[in-house]
Design a protein around this ligand. Sequence first.
Ligand code: SAM
Length: 322
Amino acid sequence: MTSESDPADGQPSAVEPTNPSPATGPAARAQAEIARLLAEPLPPGLYLVATPIGNLADMTLRAIATLARADVIFCEDTRHSRTLTAHYAITTHLVPYHEHNASRERPKILSQLAQGRRIALISDAGTPLISDPGYKLVRDALEAGYHVESLPGASATLVALTTSGLPTDAFFFAGFMPPKSAARRTRALELATIPSTLIFYEAPSRIAESLADLAAVLGPRPAVVARELTKRFETIQRGTLDTLADAAATLEPRGEYVILVGPPIETEASDATIAALLETLLSTMSLRDAVRSATDSLGVPKSRVYDLAIALRDAQPSDDVE
Ligand code: SAM
């Protein structure tokens, strides 16, 4: 969409889009851009390349051009990544780099970097290093002084967060939770007071029990279950941890999941806040009505408000005249 300034008020005004000709339209522009990138030499170094999390079209032009020009692509599973490289006619050699061979392969990659080679690292999906291999390789490459560059692209974390409807100003990515329930509850307790949206990756086989453990520890906070993001059967369920746990218990889990939990619900009002409100209310209404009104407006337990109201009343000087 183009826009230009309207001389009358200086505000931008929309200009009717015209049908782009094939020579100047988006396809031609994208083709020209990728041709330009492919013609540029790729400097030696380690390139961390984000790849799609399900929709093959979520590949950036720079990612395609970098993978095509690299001397080698390290990936978790060569068969899996070949689907992506074949789709974009990328012929660069694929070599496995995963948690089982990483400590053996890392020194070999570092020696290739020493020879001035261009190394790309991708994962099965999304951004490498995010709950995926690569952290130690990056650490060692930086320590040795090699060029390390990260190419942004898809990550399930941000796709889930931005579509969740939960607060985005502060979020805490907690990766995968422990597989056993007791350890999971301990982890949830550690995270309970973080004033941010919490984001977890979870395996389909554990989705129901993880939601139940989170609900048991964190209470009925707003939460979201984001499934199969960017794919044909993408589903986003919004609710509270307890309702989502109940719903998950009745469904057959399938696909890939992200769990998001809203920040802690505002901490309960302090005694001073409750007492101040009660004092105002008690000046115009009965104790019973004041307790009911304060309980409703502050959302605190009635018994707590009642105890404070009695204490306030007892502390009042008596009106009895001798
Ligand atoms: N590096 C990846 C990223 O940047 O998102 C994450 C890799 S981690 C091994 C895989 C987990 O990410 C899955 O178990 C799931 O929790 C989440 N995930 C990946 N793709 C997803 C998708 N399309 N929809 C929902 N969750 C996804």
